[in-house]
Design a protein around this ligand. Structure first.
Ligand code: NBP
Length: 484
């Protein structure tokens, strides 16, 4: 056997890296493995990878480069940020034109765009790939969203599609688009994950307010998981609700501190939405809700001072449970519609030729937001690849038509009970705004013109900006130097 035995290299022996290596090896590829702290290579080979001849250790980047077949292919699964740049610099000392560097971490797509351009100039093919599904996904089939230098795709396609999750035999991995497209799509995926989790949290909060016990709640989630809401997050919510602490024999969930953490990808999605002017309101609310939850001490103090409504839950429980299901489903449709709007806008800015049906398929299995529902999204984009919004797809028009009565009941009830439902409510507000032929922005434009001479357009005379001297003592000069 030649010394160059490695089909692919993988740097980063933490939870994701170790599991992905085992997955790649299971599919018949030789993997050269390396880690900054080199003892972890020895530990990994002596434990998790013991007896697996296709997993080969490297003791330096030079050693790794020497063991890889050409063109060399290496995946970085290290902490996002400077660690990625550091490894790229080290790899450049030993790699040559045509070699392929893949960043599988949660890098910001702007970093990926920068690295792609820098490496392109050096002849290195760079890929930024979203990897989703956590530890379990990495081990047994993640959702993979590769983007960057398309010339590299034929060299990694077999490995990526072999290790990816499969739905009906189709791999949850396809080429996404150039430069940062893979990481952008992964970022939106994570944002949608924030949204889905927040929606489920609000439904749980309402169930508590209804006086349901945890077994009843778990049964409802188990039932919902058999229909259109069938998804990984509904499934784990059912299991979390049923889970009892071994020591006490009591439910664990109520004992967990209600203060949420976050790693940043939801925030990046909301920031991108603001930057591109796309109303991704649900993910925004999901991020802010985590921020509000983190103000635990302040909330405890406020709970003793700030009064809420006196109302008690007085609806028929069975009916309201059905309403909750409809509210969750309709809000989810809005959230995904918003996420796809954001991807469409970024695609137009960066000239990415995104295939939205294929993205839905990539998310259909292997990742945290995997669900039956994504199959319907895939179908909607297959039927009309130019679909402006998911909300306009006949299937979803019909779904919301059926769901909206229950959805509105839920938001009204939540307001009456004083239960915060920012995600369910913003989804409904977006829906009503999106379907409104007229919004009160005419008044807003008049106000802007009144105080700042920002001008406005008259209906039927679009493109012609006029200014009115509203008070009689203002000037007739309009502001052209800035917009607010
Ligand atoms: P971590 O994100 O915890 O990163 C650990 C790895 O990064 C180790 O190999 C560590 O080397 C290396 N590293 C660090 Br930390 N700082 C470094 C530096 N300055 N220079 C070089 N190497 C450095 O690992 P993970 O949880 O397996 O995640 C890997 C990537 O995948 C991340 O980008 C993460 O965001 C992403 N991701 C994670 C999940 C998940 O569920 N965990 C899911 C999807 C994506 P050392 O051993 O020498 O400290």
């Amino acid at each position: 056997m030649s010394e160059r035995v490695g089909d692919i290299g993988l740097i980063g022996l933490a939870v994701m890296g170790q599991n992905l290596i085992l997955n790649i090896a299971d599919h018949g590829f030789n993997v050269i493995v390396y880690n900054r702290t080199v003892e972890k290579v020895d530990n990994f080979l002596a434990n998790e990878a013991k007896g697996k001849e296709s997993i080969i250790g490297a003791r330096s980047i030079q050693d790794l480069a020497a063991k890889l077949k050409k063109p060399r292919r290496v995946i970085l699964l290290v902490k996002a940020g400077s660690a990625v740049d550091d490894f790229i610099q080290q790899l450049l000392l030993h790699f040559e034109a045509g070699d392929i560097i893949i960043d599988g971490g949660n890098s910001e797509y702007t970093d990926t765009r920068r690295r792609f351009a820098e490496l392109k100039a050096k002849g290195i093919r760079y890929i930024g790939s979203g990897v989703s599904g956590g530890e379990e996904g990495a081990r047994y089939g993640p959702s993979l969203m590769p983007g960057g230098d398309k010339e590299a795709w034929p060299f990694i396609k077999d490995i990526f599609q072999a290790v990816a999750a499969k739905v009906d035999g189709n791999p949850c991995c396809e080429w996404v688009g150039s430069d940062g497209a893979g990481h952008f799509v992964k970022m939106v995926h994570n944002g949608i994950e924030y949204g889905d989790m927040q929606l489920i949290g609000e439904i749980y909060h309402l169930m508590v307010a209804m006086g349901l016990n945890q077994d009843e709640m778990a049964d409802i989630f188990a039932d919902w998981n058999k229909g259109e809401l069938d998804s990984f997050l509904i499934e784990i919510t059912r299991d979390i609700l049923r889970y009892k602490d071994e020591k006490s024999g009591e439910f664990l969930l109520p004992k967990i501190k209600d203060s949420a953490g976050q790693k940043g990808t939801g925030k990046w999605t909301a920031i991108s939405a603001l930057n591109y002017g796309v109303p991704v309101t649900l993910i925004g609310e999901a991020v802010f809700s985590r921020c509000l939850s983190a103000l635990k001490n302040e909330r405890v103090e406020a709970s003793k001072i700030l009064p809420g409504p006196e109302n008690k839950f007085d609806r028929n429980k069975t009916d309201f449970i059905e309403d909750l299901k409809q509210a969750l489903y309709a809000s989810k449709i809005v959230s995904y519609a918003q996420g796809f709007m954001l991807m469409r806008e970024a695609a137009s800015q960066y000239n990415w030729d995104l295939d939205y049906g294929s993205i839905a398929l990539m998310w259909r299995g292997g990742c945290i937001i995997r669900s039956v529902f994504l199959g319907q999204i895939k179908l909607a984009f297959e039927q009309d690849p130019k679909l402006k919004s998911l909300l306009m797809a006949p299937f979803f028009v019909d779904a919301i038509k059926k769901a909206q009565k229950g959805w509105r009941n839920v938001v009204i009830t939540a307001v009456n009970l004083g239960v915060p439902t920012p995600a369910l409510s913003t989804a409904l507000a977006f829906y009503d705004g999106y379907r409104a032929e007229k919004l009160p922005a005419n008044l807003l434009q008049a106000q802007r013109d009144y105080f700042g001479a920002h001008t406005y357009e008259l209906l039927g005379e679009e493109g012609k900006f006029v200014h009115t001297n509203w008070t009689g003592h203002g000037g007739n000069v309009s502001a052209s130097t800035y917009t607010a």
